[in-house]
Design a binder for this molecule. Structure first.
Ligand code: GCB
Length: 734
């Protein structure tokens, strides 16, 4: 028998080993508040957790302590003796306590053994992540458990293994599956293995490894959202120790021209990414929090999740298994390659694969994310990727490897030849460039490399649902621009079924303490849902309309854009039905046939009740005509009151102006020299990214197509500098 005790209560937490500390319960992070409020000043250091273990808790022949997540470097001490050191804040590890626990004879009063755990999220050059757009919360933010087992037991120490590994190989034609169940143990006792209702007894080899094979006829497949059927495998030792794993029988495949396949049928992966944090709680989530997130994913209708940018909680992969969500799993090898970090990428990948291997939902292992954003593609980086790629294939020949590349990585870079399949993160239409450049990019890639599988690992636009505009534009942080952006992207993706997977960045707003923009401190607001999960932005409903066909659904956009100062306004409706009717103050305005997005125009006089109906589904809201633009709807970026502050000036079309593209301006030596000089100055002030732009021909081409005005806005130029440059350009004849 295995006895598991969750150590939730009884902990003391402090910033030094000596400190008395405050009483805390697990899960816990010390950055729940300061990691989410902006300023990039959250506490990064070494903290201590202390607890007494009672004789009752530690009773058992062999006793292990399990940490499901200790962020990021952790050391474990029992009665002052150091027992473990672990690097990597997202994977589990265990440490054996037996033999080190105080003998308790029942006569001397014993306080219990002293467990001290140091946890550090301090900056270093070894443990990933060190540079990325999210908060590196510190703490014991997942469960800590005591596991007591008999002397003869399944392996617990090596890489946090579950002790049981299940490999299903499916023959779709014969509807048959061959299941291999492997176990590792201490002791030589025979193992009784049960899978899909069949039982076998096998003996371990000298290393404690045992393997049993099963065949399932007429196999019940794991069919994604439609039918995520799970089987169970169990292994038992004569001592009574027991482990089990659920597994699913499915075949994943990718075709460069046709995209993703599940069990032999086309199954384009369309979904979102998720970070594991929540407003007010940091990364210390409960099972209920995970479940609530999964409910939202189900409502959205996504069939895939990229679980970024690190190993997520086992409970969450379990939820993906149960709900038929196809998963991209990855390690936090991100943004910046560190010469001293190789060993850590290897250990985090080994732990990810060994700990997550049995989850049927996982389709691919992600080697890295935007690793060339702040590092050159050199031999050390390439070798690190080759090692990771080989490791994945060695530990798991059944799954493909992939990586998420930064938009400025040239498509002929040798790094793209390392993983089995590839993906790009593109933000054209948000940070840089225009929306259409997304399709241009992929079409060019697909034409040049028709035999390579390519996907879209990130795309998104920030939106603060307080901000609104009838003329939404890039950079205004309005809910309306985010919706328009995603309408474009949805179409672009639907027209390209060969994209093996697409993931919106991000399902939820999340903490990035270094950010301060769009009216919020410390948040990345690209979520379709707010950080506290209380509000679904309009763009959420766009995808729901496109992806969730379980029941008729209709949504009125612009509910929060209630006060409008225009004579006529657009009412936009998202629906999964083919026809939508719109009513204003009880009167039918019109009926539109179409797909997903339906547009109506209505006159505004006073306060109006708007109602949309599609089949049995309906939605209603109130909007109102006002005489002045509502100030609270505008993100006051430049403190000049309005975002489209420059629109007022009418340029002379015979001369250059900031409305011309960089490419056009550069055609003229004088005008070109002026803007180049200005941009060089900007680059030297901005460092990394700007220099990467300078050396990258693809990026240069892309910027050549942007107007000077949009480049300047992107760079955060103030109104006066724009006017000044415009005046100079207006002095140069075309
Ligand atoms: C990226 C990163 C992601 C960021 C995102 C953004 O490419 O992979 O971690 O959060 O961009 O919002 O800028």
């Amino acid at each position: 028998m295995r006895k598991i005790t969750v150590l939730k209560e009884g902990w003391f937490f402090g910033k030094s080993r000596e400190a008395q500390g405050e009483a805390v319960t697990l899960p816990h992070t010390w950055n729940a508040a300061d990691g989410q409020d902006g300023g990039n000043d959250y506490y990064r250091g070494t903290c201590w957790y202390r607890r007494r273990l009672t004789a009752e808790e530690t009773a058992g022949e062999r006793v292990f302590l399990e940490f499901q997540g200790a962020a990021h470097t952790c050391e474990v001490f029992l009665n002052g003796e150091k027992l473990a050191h672990h690097e990597g804040g997202y994977s589990a590890f265990r440490v054996e306590l037996s033999g080190k626990l105080t003998e308790q004879d029942g006569e001397t009063p014993v306080q219990g053994d002293l467990l001290e755990v140091s946890v550090s999220n301090e900056e270093n050059d070894r443990v990933y992540p060190q540079k990325a757009d999210f908060t590196f919360y510190g703490g014991l933010y997942r469960e800590v458990r005591l596991i007591a087992v008999p002397a003869e037991h399944f392996e617990l120490l090596k890489d946090g293994t579950p002790g049981i590994k299940v490999t299903p190989l499916v023959d779709l034609d014969k509807r048959q599956a061959r299941i291999t169940v492997e176990t590792w143990q201490t002791g030589a006792g025979e193992v009784t293995v049960t899978a899909a209702g069949q039982t076998k007894t096998v003996l371990p080899d000298a290393c404690g490894h045992a393997s049993a094979e099963f065949s399932i006829e007429n196999v019940h497949l794991w069919e994604g959202l439609e039918d995520p059927y799970l089987y169970t495998a169990e292994a038992k030792l004569p001592s009574g120790d027991q482990v089990s794993a659920r597994f699913g029988c499915r075949v994943f495949a990718c075709d460069p021209k046709k995209g993703f396949f599940l069990n032999g049928r086309s199954y384009p992966l369309r979904g979102v990414s998720r970070h594991q944090d929540l407003k007010g709680k940091g990364n210390a989530l409960s099972y209920e929090d995970h479940k609530a997130d999964m409910e939202i994913i189900r409502e959205l209708g996504a069939n895939t999740l990229r679980l970024a940018h690190y190993q997520h909680a086992q409970e969450f992969y379990d939820l993906c298994d149960e709900n038929g969500i196809v998963v991209w799993a990855e390690i936090p090898y991100i943004t910046m390659h560190m010469q001293n970090g190789r060993e850590n990428t290897i250990s985090q990948m080994r732990e990810l694969i060994i700990q997550c291997y049995n989850h049927p939902s996982i389709a691919v292992w992600g080697l890295s994310n935007e690793i060339t954003a702040a590092s050159p593609v050199n031999e050390d980086l390439l070798e690190n990727h080759r090692l990771l790629n080989d490791l994945c294939h060695r530990l798991d020949p059944t799954r493909l490897t992939t990586m998420a590349n930064v938009f400025m990585l040239e498509i002929d870079s040798p790094i793209l030849e390392i993983p089995d399949i590839n993906s790009y993160n593109l933000y054209f239409g948000w940070y840089l460039g225009e929306l259409e450049q997304n399709e241009e990019f992929f079409d060019e890639y697909h034409a040049k490399y028709p035999d390579r599988v390519i996907g879209f690992s990130e795309y998104g636009a920030d939106a603060n649902p307080a901000y609104h505009s009838s003329r939404p534009e890039k950079g205004d942080y309005t809910e309306d621009y985010q919706a328009l952006y995603h309408e474009h992207m949805l179409q672009m993706i639907e027209a390209r079924p060969w994209l093996w997977a697409t993931h919106v960045w991000n399902l939820f707003d999340f903490a990035a303490d270094g950010r301060d923009e769009g009216g919020k401190h410390g948040e990345n607001q690209k979520g379709l849902v707010t950080f506290d999960r209380s509000l679904r932005k309009d763009a959420f409903y766009l995808y729901k309309a496109a992806w969730n066909h379980s029941e008729p659904f209709v949504h009125l956009c612009g509910r929060r854009y209630a006060n409008r100062c225009e004579e006529e306004t657009e009412i936009k409706v998202y629906s999964n039905q083919e026809e939508v009717s719109l009513y204003m103050d009880g009167e039918l305005v019109g009926c539109e046939k179409g797909k997903t997005v339906f547009r109506f125009r209505i006159p505004l006089v006073g306060r109006h009740l708007i109602r949309a109906a599609a089949g049995p589904a309906e939605d209603s809201m109130e909007i109102c005509r006002v005489s002045q633009p509502e100030e609270s709807y505008i993100f006051n970026k430049t403190a000049s009151g309005v975002t489209n502050w420059f629109d007022a000036e009418e340029p002379d079309p015979a001369c250059f102006s900031v409305y011309d593209t960089l490419g056009e301006i550069r055609q003229n030596p004088r005008a070109g020299a002026i803007v180049d000089q200005m941009m060089a100055k900007g680059a030297s002030e901005r460092g990394d990214v700007a220099n990467a732009v300078k050396d990258n021909p693809a990026l240069q081409r892309m910027m050549g197509r942007m107007t000077m005005l949009s480049l300047l806005k992107q760079a955060g130029a103030d109104e006066e500098s724009v006017r000044q440059l415009n005046r100079i350009l207006q002095g140069i004849k075309k």
